[in-house]
Structure formats: structure tokens, C-alpha cells
Design a protein around this ligand. Structure first.
Ligand code: URA
Length: 205
């Protein structure tokens, strides 16, 4: 087997069983992805943040939210006064779905059947980590967390709901904020994310 130097192992943040996840064939997205990207963060984090799926950079790095969306998320954490290191961050779908556009790999929104196939993994993460609060970022995350294809972001934005043993707080996805064209609306959407994260923190008390 593979031996991991003990110091390197210690330096790694806790990851979700990457090897088994990487072998997942529950849907076809693995075929065009570099690798599966598992969640990252302390095992018993009280807050779990759920994104959509790895992007181009995450697919290459094998870590969630290391690209432009991750950079924006870092600013949200900072504004909300929440430490990124203290929360568990994962995605609803673990393989990057994309289509070629010239030399670039363009993100494609996962289909409901792919969200459902990958829910298997998210459910495991929730069951073993038992977060008090799950922050769903965007529609895909919300659909996976609540296990329904019919829920929309608008339904739940800003209103926490109970789901199983957790609270679910719904906020925008950072990539949405990045795409908002005018500055005022962008600022507003960013604030909604910050307020949502603050709310998640308050629900722990
Ligand atoms: N967008 C996501 O939803 N997740 C990532 O990990 C990166 C970008």
C-alpha cells in the first residue's frame, strides 16, 4: 500500500474518505473529472457548508472552494466573523461537470439525477458529523440537503428550517455573487451571504 509520511498526514486537514469517493460510479460525472473532491474541515464542526460541485480549480487541486468562488467565500467568512478553519466545507456533487468551450472547461449545472446519486455521500457526511447547522449555498445544495427537486432558493432564502437534527440556512452561492453585473446588487447579494453565515453562528447558541 501507499505510505504517507506521518508529518504530511498531520498537516492535512481532515478529508472525507477520498479514495472510496474517488471510486464512485453512481453517476457518469467521474468520466470527465480529474478526481472526486470530498469535504474538508474538522470532524465535529458545528457548521457544515454545502456548495454545488467542484469547479475547474477544485477538480485539479482535489479540494473544495480553492478557486474564485472560494476567494469570495473567504471574504464572506471574514465579514461574518466566522473562521473558515472551524467549519466543514463540502459540495452536493463531488465531481466537476463541465463542457468544453475553446480551451476552457465551462461549468455545467448538475442534473437532478446527479444530485440524487451524489446525495448518498452528503448523507454520509451529515450522519457522521451531525452538524447543528447546514448552510446551503445555492439551489443545488438546497435540493440535495432537503432531498427534493422542487424547492427553490427563493422559497428558503433568509428563513432557517429544521431538517432532521439540523437547522438549514439558505444563502446565495458565491459564484452567483461573482456573476451579478451591477455593483449595488452585488453588494446586496454579498450581504445576504454574510447575514446567513452570522445567523448560522447564532443558531449554535
Ligand atoms: N463552487 C462550488 O460549488 N464548489 C466548489 O468547491 C467550488 C466552486
Amino acid at each position: 500500500g501507499r505510505t504517507i509520511p506521518i508529518e504530511a498526514e498531520k498537516a492535512q486537514p481532515e478529508r472525507q474518505q477520498p479514495s472510496k469517493l474517488d471510486e464512485c460510479r453512481r453517476c457518469d460525472l467521474w468520466e470527465h473529472a480529474t478526481q472526486a473532491v470530498g469535504g474538508e474541515g474538522p470532524k465535529h464542526a458545528k457548521i457544515m457548508i454545502v456548495g454545488e460541485q467542484p469547479g475547474d480549480q477544485e477538480d485539479l487541486a482535489g479540494q473544495p472552494f480553492v478557486g474564485p468562488a472560494g476567494k469570495l467565500l473567504d471574504r464572506v467568512f471574514e465579514q461574518a466573523g466566522v473562521e473558515r478553519k472551524g467549519v466543514y466545507i463540502t459540495n452536493a456533487v463531488k465531481h466537476f461537470k463541465w463542457e468544453p468551450r475553446g480551451k476552457r472547461r465551462l461549468h455545467k449545472t448538475p442534473a437532478q439525477k446527479e444530485i440524487e446519486a451524489c446525495h448518498y455521500w452528503l448523507e454520509k457526511e451529515i450522519a457522521t458529523r451531525k452538524p447543528k447547522v447546514i448552510v446551503a449555498m445555492g439551489g443545488t445544495a438546497l435540493k440535495s440537503v432537503l432531498q427534493t427537486g422542487s424547492v427553490t432558493l427563493k422559497d428558503k432564502l433568509g428563513r432557517p428550517v429544521r431538517h432532521g437534527d439540523s437547522w438549514v440556512v439558505t444563502i446565495y452561492h458565491p459564484s452567483y455573487v461573482l456573476r451579478v453585473p451591477d455593483e449595488a446588487s452585488k453588494h446586496e447579494a454579498f450581504s445576504v451571504m454574510v447575514e446567513g453565515l452570522k445567523l448560522a453562528q447564532e443558531l449554535l447558541d
